[in-house]
Design a binder for this molecule. Structure first.
Ligand SMILES: *Cc1c(COP(=O)(O)O)cnc(C)c1O
Length: 398
């Protein structure tokens, strides 16, 4: 167990490590189980009465999953508990279904991760839950959008692809005054850069697949809740039969221990690359919360403890083929979905087609990059060669 008064980098080392679960081993071992055996009928009945307390049945987890969930809770001062899910999208779905019922309206940020939008369209809408999209920069103006049946506000900050930083304290203040639940997709910042529960968010969601796991080899999601919504969150997850495998939980817990140092390295390298890109003639704009062109940059300065390794940039003119030449020839950047791992990635992005409440305009094609743990000087050299390919007259790389 860790101590709220310690710095997060200290807490992350001891969080979730109860002696009863570790048996003195540093890392909580992998406890694999479906069936749990009881000594007597009386013991089985006792366990049935308190299924959230101790070993009961594999779906309710073993010390391996409890240890990870407790560690994530300890990183969010003020939180009551954490549920684990087999992916980030499953966590988003579980959080939304724990607070919404037919007839409710959900306010959803227009810069949200596209699969979250798909969940609202494909699952919530047929159940009679309507979703209305709002401008990520709305701030306290969210008050004007509230309807009689608005039950929840979903935030993601910075937004997926376009990186707008939301005024979370302003939105939380409006929501609290009206008894509306707030949910935040906090995957980019993690609790280390933005302790969401302490800042007044009710339910905070992580795609643990990204920075918690950190090594691109496990899918997982989590929802950490303040006291008010914890029982409903747990009941909903258990009713859906949500659980994660102990081997995956063990890998995620192992990743978590190094989160603070990895994030610092990602931050420093991403800033070095972003500052270099910013002054290249082929680049129109950098969308990185720590840089002045990013919408909501001053809010990031006010509210966040730092930045991570994912950002986007806009090319100055050019077409899809030029962008593909730039990306295809990169040697150190993989081409693929996800992010938050130790390896750098580059992704062509086209956010204008996804939006519904706002319009996205850019000077040219866009690229999102995940800065991994390589030396930034090598990444910059790779990008430099890539920008030269944009002009279409560079030789193919050997
Ligand atoms: C990747 C991602 C998710 C979904 O996580 P999965 O584990 O891939 O399902 C959710 N939100 C954000 C912001 C993401 O980047």
């Amino acid at each position: 167990m860790s101590d709220d008064k310690q710095q997060p980098a200290t807490r992350i080392v001891s969080a979730g490590r109860r002696k009863a679960w570790t048996q003195g081993i540093v890392n909580t071992p992998v406890w694999r189980a479906s069936t749990i055996l009881f000594d007597t009928v009386a013991d089985l009945r006792q366990a049935t009465r308190t299924p959230n307390d101790g070993l009961y049945y594999g779906r309710r987890g073993t010390p391996t999953q409890w240890s990870l969930a407790e560690a994530l809770t300890e990183l969010e001062p003020g939180a009551a508990g954490t549920m684990l899910y087999p992916s980030g999208v499953a966590a988003i779905a579980g959080a939304l279904l724990s607070v919404l019922k037919p007839g409710d309206e959900l306010l959803m940020v227009d810069s949200v991760y596209e699969p979250t939008r798909a969940f609202c369209r494909n699952i919530l809408a047929p159940y009679g839950i309507t979703t209305r999209y709002y401008d990520p920069l709305v701030g306290a103006g969210i008050a004007d959008l509230l309807a009689e049946n608005t039950r929840a506000i979903f935030l993601e900050s910075p937004g997926s692809l376009t990186m707008e930083v939301q005024d979370i304290p302003a939105i939380v203040a409006v929501a609290k005054a009206r008894g509306i639940v707030t949910l935040l997709d906090n995957t980019w910042a993690t609790p280390l850069l933005f302790p969401a529960i302490e800042k007044g968010i009710d339910l905070t969601i992580l795609a643990c697949t990204k920075y918690i796991v950190g090594h691109s080899d496990v899918m997982m999601g989590s929802v950490t809740s303040g006291p008010e919504h914890w029982e409903a969150l747990r009941r909903t997850a258990q009713s859906h039969g949500q659980c994660v495998g102990p081997d995956d939980a063990w890998l995620a817990a192992r990743g978590l221990r190094t989160l603070a140092v990895r994030l610092r390295a990602h931050e420093q390298s991403a800033l070095a690359v972003a500052r270099w890109l910013e002054v290249q003639p082929e680049v129109a704009r950098i969308l990185h919360p720590a840089m002045p062109d990013c919408p909501g940059h001053t809010i990031w300065e006010r509210d966040f403890n730092g930045s991570s390794g994912l950002f986007s940039f806009v090319l100055k003119g050019g077409d899809d083929a030029a962008r593909a030449r730039f990306i295809d020839g990169l040697e150190l950047f993989g081409i693929g979905f996800s992010w938050g791992g130790y390896e750098s990635l580059a992704l062509p992005i086209d956010p204008a087609t996804i939006r519904s409440a706002t319009q996205w305009k850019a000077e040219g094609p866009m690229v999102r990059i995940n800065i991994g743990l390589e030396d930034p000087a090598d990444l910059i050299a790779d990008l430099d060669a890539g920008l030269k390919r944009l002009h279409g007259n560079a030789a193919e790389p050997a």
